[in-house]
Design a protein around this ligand. Structure first.
Ligand SMILES: [Mn+2]
Length: 232
């Protein structure tokens, strides 16, 4: 990767569209910081902007959004948490035949990367990039460490899919973040919108429950948010 960066004027990091917390943390901010710390320029592009979960997480922790809509002239492409070109839409054309670095915890299909950091056993892309920082002996900033913790928590199902390495890297990040762990966890709770709350309440009031031997079957109807009602 260092070799590639040496011959690069402008690197562009692309996440999947509507980046979730893992994609934004890993690609977004951490990969860019890593490239900067290695002494090169990099731009971050989040196709169609970040997801609601990213906006809500960063605003609660007072972190500024850093994504762009396009990267203009570029000579090297980083794809993070993308897994297939299909998730990139129009960015497929931008990549052309430029060298591509892939950082991902998904098995990557239909991309032939020049350099790849892929670990399907990692919980998240954030865990992979945190390991790379650690192996290079580079400490991420407090902001990046905080985002990476969020990325790991959200893609690991709040650590239900964690492996020993996840906890090791998490402890390291938590010290660098210098924040209370509870504040980070609380920032991940997404406020339900008012229409969604109303839909859930209406759906619950209209509910009928039936028992069929060992099963309880609940029936209701709503005009929207049916999956939210099913979760409730
Ligand atoms: Mn991910």
């Amino acid at each position: 990767m260092r070799e590639l960066l040496r011959s690069t004027q402008r690197a562009c990091i692309i996440t999947h569209r509507h980046a979730d917390l893992d994609a934004y943390a890993c690609g977004g901010v951490a990969t860019r910081e890593l490239i900067n710390r290695l002494g090169h320029d990099a731009f971050l592009v989040v196709p169609e902007g970040p997801s609601y979960s990213v906006k809500s997480f960063i605003s609660k922790l007072g972190i500024n959004y850093q994504g762009l809509d396009s990267c203009g002239e570029l000579s090297l492409v980083f794809l993070v948490d993308v897994s297939t070109y299909a998730q990139l839409n129009e960015f497929r054309n931008i990549i052309g035949n430029r060298p591509v670095v892939v950082i991902d915890h998904h098995e990557v299909h239909n991309i032939a990367p020049t350099v790849a950091f892929i670990d399907p056993d990692a919980t998240s892309c954030s865990e992979i990039i945190a390991q790379i920082f650690r192996e290079l002996g580079i400490e991420p900033s407090s902001e990046v460490a905080t985002l990476l913790i969020g990325g790991i928590l959200s893609d690991s199902g709040r650590l239900s899919r964690a492996r020993p390495e996840t906890f090791e890297v998490l402890a390291w990040l938590l010290r660098l973040a210098g924040r209370d762990y509870r504040d980070i966890v609380n920032a991940m709770i997404e406020e339900m919108t008012f229409p969604e709350k109303m839909a859930r309440i209406k759906g619950l009031l209209r509910m009928r429950a039936y028992r069929f031997s060992d099963y309880i079957v609940c029936l209701s109807n709503v005009n929207a948010y049916e999956s939210s009602l099913a979760d409730a």
